[in-house]
Design a protein. Structure first.
Length: 492
């Protein structure tokens, strides 16, 4: 299923393109032209080999990358590749993340394994894209020691994927195309969703916050927002195509719209999205506490569709460390925001991200973090060990915390977070709640798995016909971080 452009519409557009003429200058027509040219190549290969060509994308990192991979798959399918999850495919592409060092290590490790596969199948093509490719040292290393990679591009020119594939298909050299930044946003390219019933929707790209530990602003470029009308049009098309839940995506959704010619607040955008008929659930990710407005809290309070879940990254509970991190809020301000959210949206689920071991973090600072964790009682928290990212201000700060100290703090934090999480999770026991059914249970095919508005998972007896539907489920027992439930009735 293709959401952005219906199949027939797309084919009509493609039929109108003369692939023997010069490539159009304008986007997205230029990419349609290259899709048509690459499709011809894939078709010829298929006939020659007597079997379809396969492609596999592997995604690392955040929701933003997951959505980008859906765009990659959309284009690969249009070109004629059959999508598989098997890395023995004819075309394998890694969409990489570089937020922490271990993300990079994993990619290098897997590339080694991919090289062995390629040695047995020399026709195989290997592509790399995403955040890691925006680091010049990475590209240098790949050029030097990973010559078997065929195609390398970054985060700013992902819309050119069709053109880049075609460039590689007709040459036999490594193709590298990395842009430093861009102001361009190309609309109306093919996308293949992972789930028919829910979808991420980019509302903005890049980040201007420069938290001192974070590499994202360097690899994703300056903040730019999509026009509200483009976002609304995309969601309307998604809904027409069966989507009931959207997740609005941006590194800092609370500063959405500030750079548009006609500025719009995130709260205003949410009001417009709420009006879309047929859309049932709205989520968003990620919010920065410094930009969380009263207007947004009011919109959440009054909304019937925005899920009562807020992911509000804390990073540290120490105001001193927060200043060093360039987060631009204090411990007190954070706690105040939590109170406001809880006062306006009853039973809201709060989740967060926390970094342990930022340079100069003392035991006292760490105790401040534990204090916030105990006061807020997060429904869940992603906890990270600080990772030094070359080029960020924190990488050259003195007083990097010794590994064993960080590990000890991390373990203590994790225990606290998990104990609270279990208690918080159990608070819905005995209630009947709305559940969006997502899939057949991984371990027991007589069960289906769905998601509550709070984002918790619940497993219950059901069949595949329920997938994509919102149903009432009685929450029988809490099993720590998820529920076992019973279907009450379906919507019809
Ligand atoms: N834009 C989002 C987060 C994007 S990165 C926000 O501001 O909340 C996701 C998470 O990775 C961050 O919230 C942070 O907790 C973590 N992170 C980022 N850089 C890191 C680093 N250098 N070391 C460890 N964790 C990091
Ligand atoms: Fe990184 Fe901060 Fe931007 Fe989030 S807001 S992506 S943590 S710089
Ligand atoms: Fe990673 Fe890039 Fe997301 S660095 S966390 S994939 S924005």
């Amino acid at each position: 299923m293709t959401d952005n452009t219906k199949v027939e519409e797309f084919e009509t557009l493609l039929a109108g393109i003369d692939e023997n003429a010069a490539a159009p200058e304008m986007e997205p027509m230029r990419q349609y032209y290259f899709i048509k040219k690459a499709r011809k190549w894939v078709k010829e290969q298929k006939e020659r080999l007597g079997r379809p060509l396969t492609a596999c994308t592997v995604t690392f990192g955040c929701q933003m990358n997951a959505r980008d991979s859906e765009k990659l798959i959309g284009i690969l399918e249009k070109i004629g590749y059959v999508i598989t999850e098997d890395e023995h495919a004819d075309f394998v592409i890694y969409n990489t993340c570089t937020v922490r060092e271990n993300a990079n290590t994993r990619v290098y490790g897997r590339l080694g394994a991919l090289n062995c596969i390629k040695k047995k199948n020399p026709h195989m093509l290997i592509g790399l894209c995403g955040c890691m490719m925006q680091e010049p040292e990475v590209v240098e290393k790949l050029k030097k020691s990973y010559r078997f990679v065929d195609l390398i591009f970054g985060t700013h020119n992902i819309f050119k994927f069709a053109e880049l594939i075609y460039t590689r298909l007709i040459s036999d050299r490594m193709v590298i195309d990395i842009w430093k930044d861009t102001t361009q946003i190309v609309e109306e390219l093919p996308v293949e969703r992972k789930y028919p019933f829910k979808s991420g929707v980019n509302i903005m790209f890049g980040c201007n916050n420069f938290c001192s530990y974070c590499i994202v602003p360097y690899v994703r470029g300056r903040e730019r927002s999509r026009e509200p009308r483009d976002i609304i049009r995309e969601i309307e098309k998604l809904v027409a195509d069966g989507v009931v839940e959207v997740m609005l995506l941006g590194q800092n959704v609370n500063s959405y719209g500030k750079t548009l010619d006609n500025p719009v607040t995130f709260a205003e955008l949410l009001r417009q999205v709420e009006e879309i008929k047929g859309l049932e659930r709205i989520r968003f990710m990620t919010s920065h506490p410094k930009d969380l407005s009263d207007e947004l809290i009011e919109v959440m309070r009054d909304s019937r569709k925005i899920c009562p879940h807020f992911h509000l990254p804390l990073q540290s509970g120490s105001s001193r460390i927060l200043r060093q991190m360039n987060r631009r809020y204090t411990k007190e301000r954070y706690l105040e925001l939590v109170e406001k959210l809880r006062a306006s949206v009853p039973d809201i689920s709060l989740t967060t991200d926390i970094i342990v071991g930022f340079p100069g973090e003392t035991e006292e600072d760490f105790q401040e973090t534990l204090d916030v964790v105990k006061k807020v009682r997060f429904d869940s928290a992603f906890t990270f060990i600080y990772s030094k990212r070359t080029g960020t201000p924190a990488a050259v700060m003195e007083n990097q915390v010794p590994e064993d100290v960080v590990k000890d703090r991390f373990d203590r934090l994790l225990k606290e977070v998990q104990d609270i999480s279990k208690e918080r999770c159990a608070r819905f026991e005995g209630q009947t709640v709305d559940v969006l059914v997502e899939e057949i249970n991984d371990h027991d095919p007589s069960l289906v798995t769905g998601r509550m508005t709070s984002n918790l998972l619940v497993h219950f007896k059901g069949t595949k016909e329920l997938i994509g539907k919102i149903v009432d489920v009685h929450l029988d027992t809490c099993k720590g971080f998820y529920y076992m439930g019973t279907l009450v009735n379906t919507e019809e």
